[in-house]
Design a protein around this ligand. Sequence first.
Ligand SMILES: Nc1nc2c(ncn2[C@@H]2O[C@H](COP(=O)(O)OP(=O)(O)OP(=O)(O)O)[C@@H](O)[C@H]2O)c(=O)[nH]1
Ligand SMILES: [Mg+2]
Length: 213
Amino acid sequence: MKNHLKQARYIITETDPKLLPLSLAEVTFVGRSNVGKSSLICALCENKKLARVSKTPGRTRGINVFEVRHDRWLVDLPGFGFSVAPQKQREYWPKMISGYLTSRPQLPLVLVLIEAERGPSQLDFSFLQWMSEKKIPCAFVATKVDRLSPAHQIEQRARMASALGITPAEMYWVSAQKGYGMNELRLDVAKALGLIKLSPGEKRESEEQEISC
Ligand SMILES: Nc1nc2c(ncn2[C@@H]2O[C@H](COP(=O)(O)OP(=O)(O)OP(=O)(O)O)[C@@H](O)[C@H]2O)c(=O)[nH]1
Ligand SMILES: [Mg+2]
């Protein structure tokens, strides 16, 4: 299957969302520190050097923008839940994230990443509550599924989906490290960016029509 995201390149890091230029469409990766946002962007684009990955939480400090095609972006946000600040402040996601999410007119897809092994935390639920109050739709991605045994994966996927109020099939289930679940997510990201158009009701590769700009 052709990877429509492979030509992504880094274009800008911004800390003030108000200063970000407009795009035609942008797919955003958000979630707790260390959940695997940058790793997932690298895996989707098949470019290990694209976004910085680190064992230390808090690696991504600004809003990092990668352009897949002219004005069609992937956006890597800093993680929430990690800070050197006291516990009370740490439990509130930074202004940079909320400022970005409430100020972008072109957000066809916001992907909320949650570690498969841990499931959603209290902090994830308060973030999701805030997203719902702001009426920002999102889709869920369970990350690092390679850390679970195959037998445990089915059970944990069902448990996580139920906690999030969705069906297991509605949640992406991925491992950036092993490459699991990449094709399905790639296709939906490319679709959200308007890079490909699928025939109604079909997801077959042969039915994809590339859109040129
Ligand atoms: N086992 C496993 N580890 C992963 C996977 N994806 C990421 N990791 C590891 O998780 C750690 C954090 O990955 P990052 O991609 O930097 O996470 P992030 O969400 O961008 O982190 P911040 O920018 O700090 O918020 C790194 O040590 C990665 O190697 C995966 O699919 N499987
Ligand atoms: Mg990161």
